[in-house]
Design a protein around this ligand. Structure first.
Ligand code: GLY
Length: 286
């Protein structure tokens, strides 16, 4: 049993995951529900997730989210989805109820509506914080920085592993821009024989390296989660030059409940496993 999340703001989600896992709940329900709380909280929107997230260059909030189980072929994602405060829930429905794996834009919205989700106005997706930031962007062309995707991994009592990610994407992005988060292998990857990984950071760059798949492949070959995350980051840095490295954070969890993380920037992450009394935070500093 174990749970893990990206950034400090994942702490309440990982606490919730811990109690749901101890309660015997399934890893996918655990990830979906914990992600939904973060996505729907207007305050955590400032971390570039769900409701209250930063809008695109036309002032519209467009979210990307995905969920992947360790079982082969179990993946669902949405991209550039408007008007839904809990996009990871829609991604789960794509996985469970659609013949497809990734739905985008209007198609994702229509699917969400068919599945009973209320499509909200853009105003209800914005917060006063992101609205102010958007006004500044319009006036000064000033870009908010950061790409704080929530990434959550759960390993349940029965040994199922699931990873989920959710983001409103790069602040003031071009309409229709999709980042790494909903792309399997880039934003997330899971394999029930090995473990799972998730990425956060600059999705336009991250997607060029499939780092989540790479981390899981290294764990398959015998690396610990920590060794795998460090190797993938080192490989990217070697290829592009340490000084030029973009913002990327990686988390990984294996089937023994061991965790690892690596990052090109200061990167807090939170985790718990069956050997621990409570959720802990660790910070990778650079
Ligand atoms: N990693 C989130 C994004 O760039 O969209």
């Amino acid at each position: 049993m174990a749970a893990m999340g990206t950034w400090s703001f994942s702490q309440p989600a990982v606490e919730k995951m811990r109690s749901m896992i101890l309660d015997g709940q399934n890893a996918t329900d655990v990830v979906e529900r914990a992600a939904a709380d973060v996505e729907n909280d207007v305050e955590t929107g400032r971390h570039i997730v769900g409701r209250g997230g930063f809008p695109n260059s036309r002032g519209i909030v467009e979210c990307d989210a995905a969920i992947m189980e360790g079982v082969p072929g179990r993946f669902g994602a949405v991209a550039a989805l408007r008007g839904v405060g809990q996009p990871c829930r829609v991604a789960r429905r794509v996985m469970d109820r659609s013949p497809h794996s990734l739905l985008v834009g209007e198609g994702a919205e229509a699917f969400a509506q068919e599945q009973g989700f209320t499509i909200e106005t853009n105003d209800s997706m914005l917060s006063s914080h992101t609205l102010t930031a958007y006004q500044e962007f319009l006036e000064n062309g000033q870009h908010a920085s950061g790409h704080d995707t929530i990434g959550l991994i759960a390993l349940d009592l029965s040994g199922n592993i699931t990873v989920g990610v959710s983001t409103s994407g790069a602040p003031f992005k071009a309409p229709g821009r999709v980042g790494d988060s909903p792309l399997p292998g880039s934003g997330l990857y899971a394999d029930h024989t090995v473990g799972a990984a998730a990425a956060t950071g600059d999705g336009d760059k991250i997607m060029c390296y499939c780092p989540s798949f790479h981390v899981v492949q290294l764990m398959r070959q015998g690396s610990s989660p920590q060794e795998a995350c460090t190797s993938v980051l080192t490989d990217i840095r070697k290829r592009i030059g340490k000084e030029k490295c973009f913002q990327i954070g990686l988390i990984a969890l294996n089937m023994k409940g061991e965790v690892g993380a690596a990052s090109s920037v200061e990167f807090p992450y939170t985790f718990w496993n069956q050997g621990m009394d409570s959720v802990e935070k660790r910070v990778i500093s650079y």
